[in-house]
Design a protein around this ligand. Structure first.
Ligand code: NAP
Length: 316
């Protein structure tokens, strides 16, 4: 038996939850122990977490009863939903309600809800600078999360809303890495104009979340935004050029052009970047670098993230 407090972590085999499980396990003398939640405890990723010393339990965010079992006895719960697994904001809202209710029934003392802005507070549906998607969203994968902040409040669980940022890891996993143009020069393509984008090493989200659990009740009922740096497209291109040792340009395109790329979710991401561009100050101010570093002293800069990952970035 352990006298440590259990933190139940959804998405434990993924980017955010994985970072949190690793942060908890890295602090062996700390007050917490990790319960990694996965749909498949036998998977290689789940087994890797078990090898780190995490308890591994099965649950699915679409199955409320499984979440109640997974949260039972936990002091804390890290709650994240997986928009890109289904791309349905209504499903994300239902999953958030399952998470909040399971935490409430298990009497979890501190929930972290991984959220993003409801962009409709910045760009009402009547604003035609960008299309309305799915009949009632501007940026579906943001809006449903922001709307779900209210679900955690309504259900009455002690919650910190953790506002995350664009993962620099999207340059590895999301097809956003530098690609060769007609002249053979590498370029990153973003519809951000000269605006700064709040970005973060995905692994740092979990480390910041660990900091939130350590601060405990001081942050319950609060919204905390995190980022590693606020960088323009030109600054990110310069960072790539430095890390890769070859020229990398910033190819600034319009949000319309980005929406027209046609891959699933291109319209959602085009709208997202347009909000990031048009509301640069609000989006960056909502993600304080000082607060992030206070929560996670190991917070990486883009240059540090590039140095660690440059060998993994596919160069098209
Ligand atoms: N990419 C970005 O820049 C960015 C920035 C901010 C926020 N986000 C948000 O981050 C969220 C995803 O978090 P992430 O990147 O940490 O996820 P991820 O790396 O894609 O991993 C998610 C993990 O969640 C598990 N999972 C998937 N569906 C599940 C379900 N129905 N029930 C329980 N577990 C499930 C999977 O594990 P098992 O297979 O082991 O169950 C998977 O390993 C999305 O909602 C996205 O909008 C992304």
């Amino acid at each position: 038996m352990t006298d440590k407090k259990i933190i139940a972590v959804t998405g434990a085999t993924g980017a955010q939850g994985g970072g949190l499980v690793r942060a908890i396990r890295a602090d062996r003398s700390g007050p917490f122990t990790a319960r990694a939640i996965t749909r498949d405890p036998t998977s290689a990723k789940a087994q890797a977490l078990a090898a780190l010393g995490a308890e591994v339990v099965q649950a699915d965010v679409d199955d409320a009863a499984s979440l109640r079992r997974a949260f039972a006895g936990a002091h804390g719960a890290y709650c994240v939903t997986f928009f890109w697994a289904h791309m349905k904001p209504e499903q994300e809202l239902a999953e958030a309600r399952n998470l909040a209710q399971a935490a409430q029934q298990a009497k979890v003392a501190h929930v972290i809800w991984s959220t993003l802005e409801d962009t409709r507070t910045l760009v009402p549906l009547s604003d035609d600078r960008m299309p309305t998607l799915g009949g009632k969203y501007k940026v579906p994968h943001f809006d449903a999360k922001g709307e779900a902040d209210g679900i955690f409040a309504e259900v009455g669980v002690p919650t910190t809303c953790l506002v995350t940022s664009f993962y620099w890891d999207n340059f590895i996993h999301f097809g956003m890495g530098p690609k060769k143009g007609p002249d053979g020069t590498l370029a990153i393509t973003l519809p951000m104009g000269d605006a700064r984008l709040a970005g973060i090493a995905a692994e740092d989200i979990g480390k910041c979340a660990y900091g939130v659990f350590q601060k405990g009740k001081d942050l319950i009922g609060k919204t905390v935004g995190i980022a590693g740096e606020h960088l323009t497209g030109a600054q990110m291109a310069a960072g790539f050029a430095q890390a890769l040792g070859q020229p990398v340009r910033y190819n600034a395109i319009t949000p319309e052009a980005y929406r027209g790329f046609g891959f699933p979710g291109a319209d959602d991401l085009g709208n997202m970047f347009q909000v990031d561009r048009d509301f640069e100050k609000q989006m960056c101010d909502a993600r304080s670098l000082d607060v992030s570093r206070a929560l996670n002293p190991e917070l990486e800069t883009f240059a540090q993230w590039l140095e660690r990952n440059k060998g993994r970035i596919p160069l098209g």
